[in-house]
Design a protein around this ligand. Structure first.
Ligand SMILES: Nc1ncnc2c1ncn2[C@@H]1O[C@H](COP(=O)(O)OP(=O)(O)O)[C@@H](O)[C@H]1O
Ligand SMILES: [Mg+2]
Length: 244
């Protein structure tokens, strides 16, 4: 399944204490991500991309407004939203299969179903031969495949990725981008992909939302046409980023 994500006047502050006023990190933001869409959230470091994604994941509490997934308000993390981080965050003492199975435990699935799903997800990301290996026996790209399988095995409606390929070498990164596009086309999951790399955003997404400023806000919102890269579109987006 896939479901739409809506940000309705979403604002986030950090650091409110009894002595200090809150620091606004994300300005009131309205955005709609239709069910099954693939959007890149592009912006410089510190503009609130991870904060926005965290609010959708339910790790970050809004100061104002709300996030709704499939019309239901987000109140915390849930199995309908899968997350992939740049740091793979795998347990070193569990195998690839063990890591994916462990993540499924909290959903109350029986053991045989956890195993079935873990093996299917690992096969889907091209790791059928590596399921019994430990993270230390896997390359960075393979570890990120495990992290992707872990998110997919829960069969989420929404896939949230926070600069997931930032630590990978260029060739591995391109392969992972192709894998992600294939997975999205097959599952129809709604994808929100955070990156600070304009070319990665354009290579992957159907739509690029540019964030920037302090506090962060939407500076641009562009549909990316299918087909060869459009230099004029790239220049417009670079203009928003101030890197044109
Ligand atoms: N837990 C936190 N407490 C206080 N400030 C934070 C916290 N997390 C992030 N920030 C600040 O909020 C701003 C946005 O951070 P973040 O969402 O991580 O940006 P991005 O992902 O775009 O680099 C930054 O200025 C950062 O320093
Ligand atoms: Mg970030």
């Amino acid at each position: 399944m896939s479901r739409a994500v809506r940000l309705e006047g979403l604002a986030v502050d950090y650091g409110r204490t009894s002595r200090r006023a809150a620091v606004p990190v994300l300005d009131r933001t309205d955005l709609e991500f239709p069910a099954g869409s693939f959007t890149a959230l592009l912006g410089p470091s510190g503009c609130g991309k991870s904060t926005l994604l965290g609010a959708v994941a339910g790790f970050v509490r809004p100061a104002a407004g709300r996030v709704a997934v499939g019309g239901t308000q987000v109140c915390g993390p849930g199995p309908d939203r899968g997350m992939v981080f740049q740091q793979y965050a795998l347990f070193p003492w569990r195998t690839a299969r063990g890591n994916v199975e462990f993540a499924l435990k909290r959903f109350g699935l029986p053991r045989t179903e956890r195993r079935r799903r873990a093996l299917a997800a690992l096969a889907e990301v091209g790791l059928a031969d590596g399921v019994e290996r430990y993270p230390a026996q896997l390359s960075g790209g393979m570890q990120q495949r495990v992290a992707l399988a872990r998110a997919l095995a829960a069969e989420p409606d929404v896939l949230l990725l926070d600069e997931p390929f930032g630590a990978l070498d260029a060739l591995t990164r391109t392969r992972m981008q192709e894998l992600l596009r294939r997975l999205w086309q097959r599952t129809g999951t709604t994808v929100l992909f955070v990156t600070h790399d304009i070319d990665e955003a354009l290579a992957l997404a159907e739509r690029v939302v540019v964030l920037g400023g302090t506090p962060g806000r939407v500076l641009g919102d562009h549909a990316v046409p299918e087909g060869p890269a459009d230099p004029a579109l790239r220049a417009r987006i670079a203009g928003h980023l101030g890197t044109g």
